[in-house]
Write a protein that binds this ligand. Structure first.
Ligand code: MLC
Ligand code: AMP
Length: 512
């Protein structure tokens, strides 16, 4: 059990958050971009009112609430209210199309679906189709959900939860093109959050620049939980804006971001040692941080970025040390209670320095994929280790370096994209014989999507027609940044498309 884990019977993660926030009720928790300041007491009160509303709708613990809303203090309270009432919270990327949202509603069968009022026209039919009641919430905390809690009293009590009860389902793309809902329990969240607060030295003196979206592990769990449990104040920003970050850095102590945050900051003319003078820590994760970014950052600011590694299914797994050597290109050491091993294809442990597949075990590892017991079983070994699909090596001192992925996944600006989902959409278009979607180096996003397409005949389909067709189906970040037409795809003797050849052929297409 991590230090600081109180011996409370109710394993509802909200009980822990509430205890921590209540210890300094007047402290500012969220310092929002619109100038509003939300204290710990304000947040708890809003949470209790939303929770009362959720319960009054007859929504029982274990039932689901799906949200696709812009970032706001109200959205944070909505998340906490779900934890509090035991209702499973399911956040969706705000750029998902109605077609994508329809899949998630069909799979999760939520009682309530909360969306941005600006999208009601395109989403109300989808909600109706899946029997979900539709409510709205915008970036200013306005909408039919806030209207519904007008005058609603704060309820008392936090629903009793056991260790393995599900708190959140986060959808993650899959190798089959079908998204899987990773089920995270209350204790998965609590154990990971408590360890991160400890190992990164979070305290109530911290001011966290929160510029990440709150629908993924990084912004929702890692950043938010660290700040809430330590009673740090958050500068809560709608999204990443380099000008705004530079402006707020002198009043902050910690920034968490994907590597694109850091490469963009390095391009900012006013980003220097002086504006970083009050900062104690820059943390990077979700995608590989290039050694050259690490080095340039240190030269410019004097700070060595702390890189860490994690996954939706597991929360954070490995981190460079707060005190101790942070080595560029490595992700550091396993977190307390996280067991790691690196194995070859025959499942035998590899020698130090050798590359293999990283497998992990610990109290942070998820409870399985929602309604997919077979898929869940495939991803675990008999002895309970979860197969990450990441290729890594570990040196004799225990330090881990990620060297690639065993899964056909692209990470663009910290967002994961599975090529098969895009290939399936392209292959259905008339005029297309087949396609191969690859990730190639991208100056801003680290990797960018390129679609290589074979058409039935020259001119049978053009780029614009493909972009138009994909626009209705796929979120913007998944759409190819470039399309290339070829006569045929390179294949090996087994007939498998050689994506490595394509990646090599087009490696300079999206970078300077
Ligand atoms: C935006 N676009 C992207 C993109 N983000 N395209 C590819 N990849 C992305 N990540 C599109 C936009 O729709 C737009 O398209 C064009 O690219 C330029 O957009 P922008 O205005 O420059 O983008 P911006 O809004 O500034 O967003 C970029 C970003 C954002 C990097 C700040 O993507 C972001 O916040 N990423 C973080 C994602 C994250 O939280 N990952 C953690 C996952 S958890 P057009 O054509 O319309 O102009 C995880 C586990 C772990 O992985 O270990 O943490
Ligand atoms: P997700 O499925 O969105 O949770 O993304 C998890 C994946 O992101 C991991 O399996 C890794 O492939 C990748 N990832 C996370 N952190 C890092 C990192 N620091 N360096 C390289 N890849 C990372």
């Amino acid at each position: 059990m991590p230090t600081g884990m109180p011996r409370i019977m109710n394993k509802n993660f909200f009980a822990l958050i509430e205890t921590r926030l209540a210890e300094d009720a007047q402290k500012i928790c969220l310092n929002c971009d619109d100038g509003s300041k939300i204290s710990n007491a304000d947040l708890l009160e809003l949470t209790a009112r939303i929770s009362h509303f959720i319960r009054s709708q007859g929504i029982e613990p274990g039932e689901r609430l799906v949200v696709q809303v812009p970032k706001s203090a109200f959205a944070v309270a909505l998340y906490l209210a779900c934890l509090r009432s035991g209702v499973i919270y399911i956040p969706l990327n705000t750029s998902y199309t109605p077609e994508e949202v329809s899949y998630f509603l069909g799979d999760a069968t939520p009682r309530l679906f909360v969306c941005d009022p600006a999208r009601v026209a395109s989403l109300s039919a989808v909600a109706g189709q899946h029997d979900a009641r539709l409510l709205t919430l915008d970036s200013d905390g306005r909408g039919s959900l806030p209207d519904s809690i007008e005058g609603v009293a704060a309820d008392s009590g936090t629903t009793e939860m056991a260790d393995d009860d599900i708190a959140v389902i986060l959808y993650t793309s899959g190798t089959t093109g079908r998204s899987k809902g990773a089920m995270l329990s209350h204790s998965n969240l609590a154990s990971n959050a408590l360890h991160l607060v400890d190992i990164w030295g979070f305290s109530s003196a911290d001011v966290l620049l929160h510029a990440l979206p709150i629908y993924h592990v990084h912004g929702l769990f890692v950043a938010l939980h660290c700040a809430l449990l330590s009673r740090a104040t958050m500068h809560f920003m709608a999204g990443f804006d380099a000008d705004r970050i530079v402006q707020m850095l002198p009043q902050s102590t910690v920034l968490m971001g994907v590597p694109t945050f850091y490469t963009r900051l390095l391009k900012h003319p006013d980003f220097d040692r002086e504006v970083c003078g009050n900062m104690r820590l820059f943390i990077s994760g979700s995608a590989p941080l290039l050694a050259e970014t690490f080095e340039e950052f240190e030269q410019r600011t004097g700070h060595r970025i702390l890189e860490r590694y994690g996954m939706t299914e597991t929360g954070m797994l490995v981190s460079n040390p707060l005190d101790g050597e942070r080595v560029a290109g490595t992700v550091g050491f396993p977190l307390p209670e996280v067991e790691t091993r690196i194995v070859d294809e025959n499942r035998n442990p590899v020698a130090p320095g050798e590359v293999g597949i990283l497998e992990v075990k610990g109290p942070n590892v998820f409870q399985g994929y929602w309604k997919m017991p077979e898929k869940t079983a495939e991803e675990f070994r008999e002895d309970g280790y979860f197969i990450t699909g990441d290729l890594a090596s570990q040196d004799a001192d225990g330090r881990i370096t990620l060297v690639g992925r065993n899964k056909d996944m692209i990470i663009s600006g910290g967002l994961n994209i599975y090529p098969i989902e895009i290939e399936n959409c392209i292959n259905e278009l008339s005029g297309v014989v087949e396609s191969a979607v690859i990730g190639v180096p991208h100056t801003d996003f680290g990797e960018g999507v390129v679609a290589v397409i074979v058409s039935t005949s020259q001119g049978a389909i053009d780029e614009d027609q493909i972009y138009t067709a994909l626009a209705g189906q796929l979120a913007r970040f998944k759409q190819p940044k470039k399309i290339v037409f070829v006569e045929s795809l390179p294949r090996n003797s087994m007939g498998k498309v050689q994506k490595n050849v394509l990646r090599d052929n087009y490696k300079s297409l999206l970078s300077d």
